[in-house]
Design a protein around this ligand. Structure first.
Ligand SMILES: Nc1ncnc2c1ncn2[C@@H]1O[C@H](COP(=O)(O)OP(=O)(O)OP(=O)(O)O)[C@@H](O)[C@H]1O
Length: 280
């Protein structure tokens, strides 16, 4: 099967802050991502996991078209991504709902931008609110909803305008453990129902193994793809508790083995950074 998204030898560097330039003997740029090469198939659930500061959000911003690569390119359905577009829905860690709009009006937002008429907008938005299990809450405002409910609305909003790809940047990180687990299995159900291609970014190894058909493990900064691990569970949405399955435990361990040196290195980088800013 041909790739839905093809990330082709992507590099991203940023202008270094002055103190860091001094430390690195005049080097003007800091490399955040180096030679990222990854293909995501149509309808695939791809998870990207990596240590803090390895460039996960930088990669997601590039996929969203919010920034441009310093080298290489990202291709969606054969066309290079060159800006934000409704063909890619994004769900961030912070809910990013419009506080002045009801749940229903939030979900209608992308449909308005697409020029869908009022009546159809309402019908489609209600369908997606139903899909995320929030029928009855259409007229609540974000401040009247729990964190988990807000994130469900954010997912409904991103899916309602029928994007080709759903990009998710640690969408459940701010939720409590029980809500997170519920939303993880809800997301699998929604993925099965909609057959969307999903790229999901996380810190969490357990979350990665639970959700992903493949898990791309990143190195510490500059972020590279260290290895892509296949997660071969057949019936991912079955009632069986996947987390207790010995194969699940083995895969979680395999990913931790790949990650632990990177996490250690990322922690060292953090220490160095804070020393630099204290001494600067
Ligand atoms: N606009 C920017 N200007 C300069 N440096 C940046 C910029 N954005 C990101 N960086 C640097 O690029 C590196 C990667 O950052 P990024 O936020 O993508 O990492 P992350 O893996 O998402 O981190 P976390 O898991 O902590 O959210 C970091 O060292 C960060 O300081």
């Amino acid at each position: 099967m041909s790739a839905k998204i093809s990330i082709q030898h992507v590099h991203k560097s940023f202008q270094a802050k002055r103190k860091i330039v001094d430390m690195q003997k005049g080097q003007q740029r800091v490399s955040a991502l180096e030679d990222i090469h990854l293909e995501v198939k149509d309808g695939e659930f791809m998870v990207i996991v990596g240590p803090s500061g390895c460039g996960k959000s930088t990669l997601l911003d590039l996929l969203a078209g919010l920034t441009k690569p310093s080298g290489g390119q990202i291709v969606l359905d054969g066309k290079p991504i060159d800006g934000p577009n409704l063909e890619r829905g994004i769900v961030f860690q912070q809910y990013a709902l419009f506080p002045w709009r009801t749940a229903l009006a939030n979900v209608e937002f992308g449909l308005e931008a697409k020029g869908v008429g009022r009546k159809e907008r309402r019908t489609v938005a209600r369908e997606y609110i139903d899909l995320v299990g929030l029928t009855g809450f259409e007229h609540r405002y974000p401040h009247e909803l729990s964190g988990g409910m807000k994130q469900r609305i954010a997912i409904a909003r991103s899916l309602a305008y029928n994007p080709e790809v759903l990009l998710m940047d640690e969408p459940f990180a701010a939720l409590d453990a029980q809500t997170r687990e519920t939303l993880q299995s809800e997301l699998l159900r929604i993925w099965e129902a909609t057959k969307k291609t999903i790229i999901f970014i996380t810190h969490g190894i357990e979350e990665a193994v639970y959700l992903g058909q493949r898990v791309a493990v990143m190195t510490s900064r500059p972020g590279r793809i260290k290895q892509v691990v296949e997660i071969p569970f057949r019936a991912r949405t079955s009632e069986e508790d996947l987390r207790a399955n010995p194969e699940f435990v083995r895969l979680r361990h395999e990913i931790w083995e790949l990650l632990k040196d990177e996490v250690h290195r990322a922690q060292e980088q953090e220490k160095e950074k804070s020393l630099q800013s204290r001494n600067g």
